[in-house]
Design a binder for this molecule. Structure first.
Ligand SMILES: *Cc1c(COP(=O)(O)O)cnc(C)c1O
Length: 405
């Protein structure tokens, strides 16, 4: 529980103008969800007794089997992190040349391609969904294109059917970056079995975490076998190397964390959903603010509380609101500022990429994420919402007093 001070009644109460911050400690976006401590420590003791720390250990095998069953997919290959998992999925599916990706994503989506000499071709997203716009994808296909890498942003499925149709017709490989979408469904089917393969991140800041970790899921047995070799230096047996490989192995402590997170999953989703409902009730329909809704007919992890600020209507811009909240110790985050295409090396490689990314360019100035997770109490969410409503209600006056570059 974060301790807090009284609500704001006048503009000079804002911490950025010298008032006392609403919270005495920082509340972060993506503070790790902690599962049952005793259960985790029991498993850690088992690992120390067994002295089998890594290399496809019993907890890794158990986690893979449980994740595959939970996601309704034939194969799950646990990895040391989501980025290496992406790199291995891209390598194992033999992508080369150009691959179409959104620019409105975390930088690792693009880097996993560039790292192995494949050109990420940045495609615009649809403003409503924040997902790859299939029409724009089709326009970017060239003779060098070998694949499409879609991203299920905010735990919501991207346009899976439309992308599948394009990939099939144009003979392209379809992969999904599902880093945000663990425990989420699409038309009732869990994300994890779409495309050739899907890639999860279990980084500490993600909904389901193994400290560091990730996984690839696929229904393709040959591909799964190849990715298992690649995860372990290409070894197919003692002294028998079959592929160029890397070290993508998950260790036993991470797998123990994953198994314990699975045991606690229901409680974590419940807290996230409770927080989401408060945010939704308090922030939906405010002028100049769009609250990104989660489809409650589907399975959702409710890990991303995302809003868009339209300065023209709200009277204040996203960056100013983020600055004001930071002063109050609410560490809201700009997502994905400034966009992959405006970061190096892509900014230098493709200086005109932005011309084809009007929606992305707008979103990177308007979108922000608010804190949730098991460490954020519903009462704290209420206080965060009160503050945002206060700022919006006095936007014009506040803007005159808060200098923003
Ligand atoms: C977190 C994330 C990754 C990278 O995963 P790591 O486990 O941190 O390597 C990739 N793509 C997206 C969209 C992410 O959010």
């Amino acid at each position: 529980m974060f301790s807090s001070t009284a609500a704001k009644t006048q503009i000079s109460d804002l911490a950025i103008l010298g008032g006392t911050p609403v919270f005495t400690e920082k509340i972060h976006v993506g503070k790790p969800n902690v599962p049952d401590r005793e259960l985790l420590l029991e498993r850690v003791n088992d690992i120390l007794d067994r002295q089998w720390f890594t290399n496809d250990g019993p907890y890794v095998q158990e986690l893979e089997a449980k994740l595959a069953a939970f996601l309704g997919v034939k194969h799950c290959i646990a990895m040391c992190n989501g980025t290496i998992a992406l790199e291995i999925a891209i390598r194992a599916t033999e992508l080369t040349g150009e691959v179409i990706v959104p620019s409105f994503t975390f930088i690792a989506t693009a880097h996993a391609l560039q790292w192995q000499g494949i050109t990420p071709v940045f495609c615009d997203v649809a403003p409503g969904t924040h997902h790859l716009d299939p029409k724009r994808v089709e326009e970017l296909i060239t003779p060098r294109t070998t694949g499409i890498l879609g991203v299920h942003l905010w735990g919501q499925a991207c346009e899976i059917e439309a992308l599948e149709e394009i990939a099939q017709r144009r003979n392209l490989t379809l992969l999904f970056d599902a880093a945000h979408a663990f425990a989420c469904s699409h038309n009732g089917q869990m994300i994890g079995s779409f495309g050739r393969a899907e890639v999860f991140s279990f980084h500490a800041t993600k909904f389901f975490n193994t400290f560091e970790g990730g996984a690839i899921t696929t229904n393709d047995g040959d591909l799964a076998r190849k990715m298992r070799f690649m995860r372990n230096f290409g070894f197919a047996g003692y002294d028998d190397v079959q592929y160029v490989g890397t070290n993508g192995k998950m260790n036993e402590i991470s797998a123990a964390m994953g198994l314990t997170m699975l045991d606690s999953l229901g409680a974590i989703i419940q807290r996230n959903q409770e927080n989401y409902h408060i945010y939704q009730e308090q922030l939906s329909g405010l002028p100049g603010m769009r609250f990104i809704e989660h489809d409650e007919d589907e399975q959702r992890n409710y890990q991303y509380i995302v809003i868009e600020i339209d300065e023209g209507v709200a009277g204040i811009n996203r960056d100013a609101l983020v600055k004001i909240l930071h002063a109050e110790n609410v560490i809201a985050r700009r997502y994905f500022y400034p966009g992959c295409h405006q970061m190096e090396p892509y900014r230098s490689y493709f200086p005109h990429a932005g011309l084809l990314l009007p929606n992305t360019n707008k979103l990177v100035t308007q979108v922000m994420a608010l804190p949730t997770g098991v460490s954020v109490q519903p009462e704290e969410v209420v206080k965060i919402c009160d503050m945002i409503r206060f700022v919006l209600a006095h936007a014009v006056e506040i803007k005159q007093r808060v200098y923003v570059e």
